[in-house]
Design a protein around this ligand. Sequence first.
Ligand code: SF4
Length: 367
Amino acid sequence: MPDRNIIIPIFIPHKGCPNDCYFCNQKKITGGDSDISSMDIINHIERYLKTVESYDNHIEIAFFGGSFTAIELSTQEKLLSIAYKYKCSKRINAIRISTRPDAISDAILDMLEDYGVDIVELGVQSMDDEVLSKINRGHTSEDVIRSSHLIKKRNMILGHQIMPGLYGSSTEKDIRTAVESVALLPDIARIYPTLIIKDTQFERLYEQNRYQPLKLDESVELVSQIYAIYDKERIKVIRVGLQPTSNMALGKDIIAGPFHPAYRQMIMTNIYVTSLIHGLKGKETNRLTIRSSEKNYNYIVGLNKKGLERLNKSLNIECLSYIKDNDTECIEVCTNHDKMCFSERDLMETFDLISKERGYVSKRDYY
Ligand code: SF4
């Protein structure tokens, strides 16, 4: 097992993109819109490698932003040849790109394979054609199906990125997007609840009161359900919510929407606590002892102890003890008379079952 998974991100600006998706301002997201020279990229990679190379890490060069395979072929090849040299000299282990579903073909995949690309992430966003059209995405769900199948036929890792809460979508459409994405068997997924970014078409729709993004609490409930849909099928959710940066913050480049720097923790707390309450229903829980890793216990405690408060209240706990055990992956819970063990998988499956029984969260259209 490598010590750490290290990503060397290289942000490719909007250049060459034929579309103007309503949610996107690549210049804002990638932090620049100028050309990047080969020397800049090499210097950037070298700077990263200096800090990590002496350890046993799994290191990836990842081309983010823009639509990699939609940019000029000569630029793609220039960028990939740099990454490929690092891979051939074994200074990195893998190369990752992200792109649009309609910018994938067998010929493109041949080229990516020639340059040793290992991971292709598709910006799926939604599997609902009406939503894709409303956000001016410029492709359909059929492109997602076709490109996913083409990538799966290769020796490559397939990633799906989806955006719950888009203009014209609804809870039902977002859940269906996750279910249809899962059916295409991606290996990894990213869930980005839609935000209103400065200088986008969404900002104008929002200002005209024609579109309201999800509220933070309703997005946490919906995204938890989507997370569990992927996770129970063993699809690793590698990112939930946009990464905070100095500019990516509410009041800066984010105008509105469900953004929180600890978004993933909010999701995990919701899933863990809901499922634990369900699993302990009917037991005598006034005295409770939890043995788990610190990470899992932090998920239960939650931000500002919100998870713990919910657990205490729902289970009428009078006395709660915690035993730290970083060697266990399970959450062991001792009540007055019982001892129960919950794995992360148990909690995910329970959460998904509860969500299904409730018919998923209350329906809402995001106009
Ligand atoms: S295709 Fe990608 S880069 Fe182009 S506008 Fe849409 S999100 Fe932005």
